[in-house]
Design a protein around this ligand. Structure first.
Ligand code: ARG
Length: 462
């Protein structure tokens, strides 16, 4: 079987080399983007009178038929042709003969493959962004129901200060908002048109690249033909954004795994999203969260693999770059799968509010409130911190909580303590006092929820 490039060779390709060289197994995924790119290219060639109207029509009709026939299974890819681009071109020539061979005027597979991947990633970014919006909306729904659900906030994994479930989840809302915005920014660099760069140097044909970009809704055109065919920054950038999403998903999963443990018992994962043990009948395992946490490694691996592949490639196209596809396909699928399982799982999580509140009552989470109380009375904060520390030490020695001390005992540590100290150190007043923007007080959190609801609706529209 003659390859597209076979005419200058006198021997046919070794079967092992042919199989090794082939990317069809994975780049067949790009069939619709390949056809979309060809349709735009042929339209532009027509506008520029490089092809006649009849030629454009014939090629266009045939390409549309090929797409439909691939989808119904009528056309089956031939592994003898090394990639998706070659396969589709062969289908075209089989259908319409010589005219089909004109499609490749002013184009090379080097700019073609770059375009296909850009089209694919751009579509997938939209899909992932939609899922991120759904996830954020789910978090916001839970937040609205839990602005007064008190729980401990931690630093160094030690109980630190009182927060709420709404505030805790609000932190993840901010992370996923940033992920969304990073993808929007990345998309600007994904949708730069490489087509027209041809092999590496551009073309002598009178093409109009701006026209092709317009047809494909690409806002910009690549300005250097060598860069157009050798740039894979857009893939690496996408992988980096996907890695960051996985980082956030993994941190969240880690928290949920801890919270579901017997030691915390803050949440219960719905049976539909849990698994059991084959030996220990009592077990209910948070496997979905563990898998999400685990799959972060796989996406980071994809980023690292492409960074390494690209790091010493001279300009312009090198076959090494064929190795860009599998990592990015896998990372996109992994992120989508993780988001798809997390959203319904999150909707069915049950919170053990009593245990969260009990956890707040031990661990001196209001010790900072005692110091803030004194600072309000004019005691320099450093000194106030020391007095509160002494009180904690005293309580620990006597197995008491700060709320259980008498006013006299407080006064032994600082004479100006008043009865109002008891009011200031209840969990609710501790919470309500953190009322500046971004703080954990219910009103402050409600204000942020409104800001974020507006953010979601604005980003849904665009
Ligand atoms: N399968 C190739 C890839 O994925 C397509 C480009 C081939 N170009 C070439 N000059 N051999 O990179």
């Amino acid at each position: 079987m003659q390859q597209l490039w076979g005419s200058r060779f006198s021997k046919s390709q070794d079967e092992i080399a042919k199989a090794f060289n082939s990317s069809l197994e994975f780049d067949c995924k790009l069939y619709s983007q390949d056809i979309q790119g060809s349709l735009a290219h042929v339209k532009m060639l027509g506008c520029q009178k490089i092809l006649t109207e009849t030629e454009v029509e014939k090629i266009t009709t045939a390409l549309n038929e090929i797409k439909a026939e691939i989808e119904t299974g009528k056309l089956v890819f031939n592994p003898d042709f090394e990639d998706i681009h070659t396969n589709i071109e062969k289908f075209l020539v089989e259908k319409i003969g010589e005219v089909g061979k004109k499609l490749h005027t002013a184009r090379s597979r080097n700019d073609q493959v770059a375009l296909d991947l850009r089209l694919f990633i751009s579509e997938e970014i939209d899909k992932i962004q939609n899922k991120l919006l759904q996830l954020i909306e789910t978090f916001i729904k839970i937040q609205k129901e839990n602005t007064e659900t008190i729980m401990p906030g931690y630093t160094h994994m030690q109980r630190a200060q009182i927060v709420t479930l709404a505030h805790y989840f609000g932190a993840y809302v901010e992370m996923f908002k940033r992920d969304f915005e990073r993808l929007s920014d990345c998309k600007k660099r994904v949708t730069i048109l490489p087509l027209g760069a041809c092999a590496l140097a551009g073309t002598p044909h009178n093409i109009d690249r701006t026209k092709t970009a317009e047809i494909l809704h690409f806002p910009s055109v690549g300005l250097n033909s060598m860069d157009c065919v050798s740039d894979r920054d857009f893939v690496i950038e996408s992988l980096s954004d996907l890695s960051m999403i996985m980082l956030h998903l993994s941190r969240f999963s880690e928290e949920m795994i801890l919270w579901a443990s017997f030691e915390f018992k803050f949440i219960e994962v719905d049976d539909r999203f849990s698994t059991g043990s084959s030996i220990m009948p009592q077990k209910k395992n948070p496997d979905m969260f563990e898998l999400i946490r685990g799959k972060s490694g796989r996406v980071y691996g994809s980023l690292l693999s492409l960074l390494t592949t690209m790091k010493s490639l001279p300009l312009a196209y090198n076959k090494d770059m064929q190795e860009d596809k599998e990592p990015v396909f896998d990372a996109i699928k992994t992120v989508k799968d993780c988001l798809s399982v997390l959203i319904p799982m999150l909707e069915t999580l049950k919170y053990n509010k009593e245990n969260m509140l009990n956890a707040v009552n031990k661990g001196f989470l209001n010790a900072t409130d005692v110091a803030d109380y004194l600072a309000n009375k004019g005691v320099p904060f450093r000194e106030a911190h020391q007095i509160s520390g002494n009180l904690v030490k005293f309580c620990e020695e006597h197995h008491l909580t700060l709320n259980e001390l008498s006013l006299e005992q407080f006064k032994e540590f600082y004479a100006d303590f008043d009865l109002d100290i008891f009011d200031k150190i209840t969990p609710m007043s501790s919470l309500k006092s953190k009322n500046s923007l971004g703080g954990c007080a219910p009103d402050a959190v409600k204000a942020v929820i409104s800001i974020n609801e507006k953010w979601v609706s604005e980003n849904k529209k665009s």
